[in-house]
Write a protein that binds this ligand. Structure first.
Ligand code: F6R
Ligand code: ZN
Length: 196
């Protein structure tokens, strides 16, 4: 982590897709099934899968910068293909702690959705396909979902001061979920969603 006294020099980095890596990341986060308890609709399928193996669901590579106004964190988010029951692999999802901070995602590979919602209960889903950008405005929680057969790889950029609120989604879940129903991808109301 950078402190405020660090002087940041311009830099560049290479992105390699596939497999979805960047040069010299400052951080490489691994998120396995065990860290997503309570998030998947089919709890029994989740427990069964976890008993077999603590599968790697997604990874994040980050380039860190000082957490001061004006600076931007950037990196790659890679959601692996797979399902828990009929529900596609997805990220935990979060609000930014500084609620008004937005984020830009640029899809480099794969097929998915960016699921978004606000504290006021509005929701939106944008499809992710290669070379499409999705803008997540400030105030919107966001979760990426891989509905395809290959890694969903996205470049992201967001304000370094944003911070992450995971607790709200862990408690309430998302209002909508993306599942495979009879071979088709559908967005349905999530029975696990809590209004408060
Ligand atoms: C940062 C951001 C992404 C996500 C990444 C993993 O604000 O939105 O870098 O962190 O896609 O998702 P989460 O953070 O929800 O586990
Ligand atoms: Zn974010």
């Amino acid at each position: 982590m950078f402190s405020n006294d660090n002087v940041l020099k311009p830099f560049s980095f290479n992105v390699k897709v596939p497999p979805g890596v960047i040069d010299k990341p400052d951080n490489h986060v691994h998120r396995n099934l065990s860290s997503m308890k309570g998030q998947y609709f089919d709890q029994e399928a989740y427990d069964r899968m976890l008993q077999r193996e603590d599968t790697l669901v997604y990874e994040v590579y980050e380039k860190l910068v000082p957490e001061i106004p004006g600076e931007l964190i950037q990196g790659l988010s890679i959601v692996h293909p797979g399902k828990v029951g009929n529900e596609y692999f997805m990220t935990k999802g979060h609000y930014h702690s500084v609620l008004g901070t937005g984020e830009l995602y640029y899809c480099l590979q794969g097929h998915g959705y960016m699921m978004m919602e606000t504290h006021e209960g509005e929701w939106a889903a944008e499809e992710l396909i290669p070379n499409r950008a999705v803008y997540v405005p400030g105030r919107w929680a966001h979760r990426s979902i891989n509905i395809g057969d290959v890694d969903l790889i996205m470049l992201f950029v967001y304000p370094a001061i944003a911070g992450h609120d995971y607790g709200t989604i862990e408690r309430k879940s998302f209002r909508e979920m993306v599942i495979n129903q009879d071979g088709k991808t559908v967005i349905l109301d999530n029975p696990r969603w809590m209004t408060q």
